[in-house]
Write a protein that binds this ligand. Structure first.
Ligand code: FA5
Length: 379
């Protein structure tokens, strides 16, 4: 800025000429009016009122004018800058009001909309049937026992008297879990000694090791086999296992318990039958069947009344059972001369199939609510 100069005429300073100041003011007005939103207005504000805007630069020229000219030019520039500030504030208020109105519309919540459009979830029928079965035994004084799904091969097979070359141990039946040996080698195939449990029976061994007889436990849970997913098999399914170990238990207690279970689940006139079978961990072992709950045996020898559920055989296979093999009791530290026990186990998916006429097991695992909805909304 130069010192006051008496011979200096403000009218001759280009930036301070009245028409130039008016032009700068009008330019600012136009820029504010053209700004469509608050961001654009902020840019226009910097351009027309900032420290390097033409009006600010003109203002700086005033200091170099003689006193009379300084007052005149000061008034002119000051009025222009005042008008520009006012116009800016007015446009700012206008754009803020527009924004607030838009946000109110965009973020409006319609409190009159129904609030229950998302239907409440419900437990899967496999879960409810499993709990119903477990409840039958809890009511008889049994306790629920649980074991890990990733299980030691010893509990899944050895403790249950499966010989080392038993076919069930093969990789085509059992998922072996990859592990690491103490020297850091990753195990391959069946070397790890760790499996995804193939049945709930390892919980028998765990329960006997954790408790002292008498032992009465029921174990529902998920199990794994290398079966392909098809209408009657799935590689991940559920079993429920029962174990009773006490003094003086016999096959008659097993049979009575099975009859009570099917009557509690399917109706008072139901009964079971046992057919000889083999399991390494029970001796003697049996396959247990129950009377077909659909035809109640009336389809047998009656071509006019065929039954799809039991294939007109009158019986439905439910699972395996038997008296606990003394070798299992010994492996778990229970004296077989003093105690005896019975056990049984069956597949929950198969039970759901024949209890509700489900024809394809794949429907149970696909998660389609059209399958689960007809079972009701038990929560
Ligand atoms: C067992 O698993 C024995 N642990 C049962 C047992 C327990 C016997 C206690 C004696 C004492 P099994 O391999 O038969 O037995 O299987 C039992 C049930 O599991 C079968 O009856 C069937 O209902 C069900 N199951 C077997 N494989 C599958 C599969 N891939 N998908 C669905 N359910 C299956």
């Amino acid at each position: 800025m130069s010192a006051p100069n008496k011979s200096y005429d403000p009218v001759e300073v280009e930036a301070l000429k009245p028409e130039e100041i008016e032009r700068l003011r009008d330019e600012a007005f136009a820029a504010f009016a053209a700004a469509g939103d608050l961001d654009a207005l902020a840019q226009a504000k910097t351009a027309h009122t900032g420290g390097t805007s033409p009006l600010s630069l003109a203002n700086r020229e005033i200091g170099a004018l003689p006193p009379q000219a300084k007052a005149e030019a000061g008034k002119r520039v000051g009025q222009a800058r005042g008008a520009v500030s006012k116009a800016l504030a007015a446009r700012q208020a206008e754009l803020e009001a527009e924004r607030d109105a838009r946000v109110l519309v965009e973020e409006a919540v319609d409190v009159t909309l129904p609030y229950d459009r998302v239907p409440a979830g419900a437990r899967h029928p496999l879960t409810t049937i499993m709990e119903r079965v477990a409840d039958v035994f809890v009511a008889m004084g049994y306790e629920i026992a649980e074991g890990p799904e990733v299980e030691a091969e010893w509990f899944n097979f050895d403790a249950l008297n499966f010989v080392p070359d038993h076919p069930a141990r093969q990789m085509q039946d059992t998922f072996f879990v990859q592990g690491t040996t103490p020297d850091g080698k990753v195990t391959e195939g069946d070397e790890s000694g760790v499996v995804l449990r193939t049945h709930t029976s390892p919980v028998q061994a765990r329960s006997l090791l954790e408790r002292k007889p008498p032992v009465y436990v029921v174990c529902p849970g998920r199990v794994y086999r290398t079966d392909e997913l098809d209408a009657t098999h799935t590689p991940v399914f559920h079993q429920i296992e029962l174990l009773a170990v006490d003094e003086g238990l016999t096959m008659a207690d097993l049979k009575g318990t099975l009859d009570h279970m099917v009557q509690a689940l399917f109706g008072p006139d139901m009964k079971t039958r046992l057919r000889p079978n083999f399991f390494p961990f029970t001796e003697p072992s049996a396959e247990m069947d129950m009377v077909c709950y659909v035809c109640r045996g009336e389809s047998v020898g009656n071509p006019d009344r065929p039954c799809r559920t039991c294939g007109s055989e009158g019986w439905i296979e439910l699972g395996g059972c038997g008296m606990v093999n003394p070798k299992v009791l010994t492996a778990c530290g229970v004296d077989p001369r003093k105690y005896s026990g019975f056990a049984f186990g069956f597949g929950i998916e198969r039970m759901l199939m024949f209890r509700h006429n489900v024809e394809d097991m794949r429907d149970m695992v696909e998660g389609d609510v059209r399958f689960t909805r007809p079972f009701g909304m038990e929560i």
